[in-house]
Write a protein that binds this ligand. Structure first.
Ligand code: ATP
Length: 240
């Protein structure tokens, strides 16, 4: 397996307050790598800094052999690094279809026909979105919004998807569907970094996992081994 993303000794701060302290992490090509940990551990901060939304105070991020540490978000997007944020960040008064098309904004020069084909692919992956294509995003249920956020990210043809708590606020049945979709995406060749509070579900679909506490990696390993680790089981697998 090749490593697609390498994160080396990354520090991220809000002003003088450090939230991420020297994190090292590797995401392999074609795999799901999960990052679990408690509230406030720094997972969202780490993920958004990988997407270029927060500058690093130290460290390096290498995508496919190229140092992208100082690239802007748009340039990272063009290299296939795409964040689906925790809050989904859809355009509520725009239609499902227009929200999806915005995901391909940076590919607008590739022409209408390709985008039409890509939209059809998204609709075959998410038939619910097809049924609701003319509805505004604000009229969707929580699960449908998450599908739309994933669909919009897929319209940008990602190589590495950064998913921030895709199960947040969703009922257990819908969470299961979303996790099945994430597994399918991985099988179709998209590499994924999955940040989750739902550690049990995340470790079940991931190949590799990292546990982050107070801004530091405290455990890492094969997801199957982490799920069996008494420290992980005791702290993170109790509730869900
Ligand atoms: P959660 O699961 O609750 O989203 P998290 O693991 O994603 O938690 P972060 O949101 O990255 O954790 O927060 C890490 C630390 O950084 C926390 O102490 C938090 O209070 C702090 N923090 C997050 N965002 C900001 C901000 N905009 N300004 C200042 N401090 C922040």
């Amino acid at each position: 397996m090749m490593s697609l993303l390498q994160v080396s000794d990354v520090h991220v701060a809000y002003g003088k307050v450090e939230a991420v302290f020297g994190v090292n992490l590797v995401a392999e090509q074609g795999c799901i790598t999960t990052i679990i940990g408690p509230n406030g551990a720094g997972k969202t901060t780490l993920l958004s800094s990988l997407a270029g939304l927060h500058p690093l105070s130290a460290g390096q991020v290498v995508l496919d052999g190229a140092d992208i540490s100082s690239l802007a978000t748009e340039a990272r997007l063009e290299r296939g690094l795409v964040l689906v944020p925790e809050k989904r960040e859809l355009f509520p008064d725009m239609s499902v279809e227009d929200n999806l098309n915005l995901g391909a904004y940076h590919r607008r020069w590739t022409g209408g026909r390709t985008l039409r084909g890509d939209l059809d692919q998204i609709f075959s992956l998410f038939p619910r979105l097809k049924e609701r294509r003319k509805q505004t995003a604000e009229t969707l249920s929580g699960g449908e919004r998450q599908m739309l956020a994933l669909g919009r990210a897929l319209m940008s043809k990602p190589r590495l998807l950064l998913l921030d708590e895709p199960s947040l606020g969703l009922a257990p049945l819908i969470t299961r569907q979303i996790f099945e979709i994430i597994s399918d995406l991985c099988r179709s060749g998209v590499s994924i970094i999955l940040v989750e509070q739902n550690a049990r579900a995340a470790l079940a679909i991931a190949k590799y996992g990292y546990v982050i506490e107070q801004g530091r990696v405290v455990l890492q390993g094969l997801a199957i081994e982490l799920a069996a680790d008494p420290k992980v089981a005791g702290t993170y697998l109790g509730k869900n």
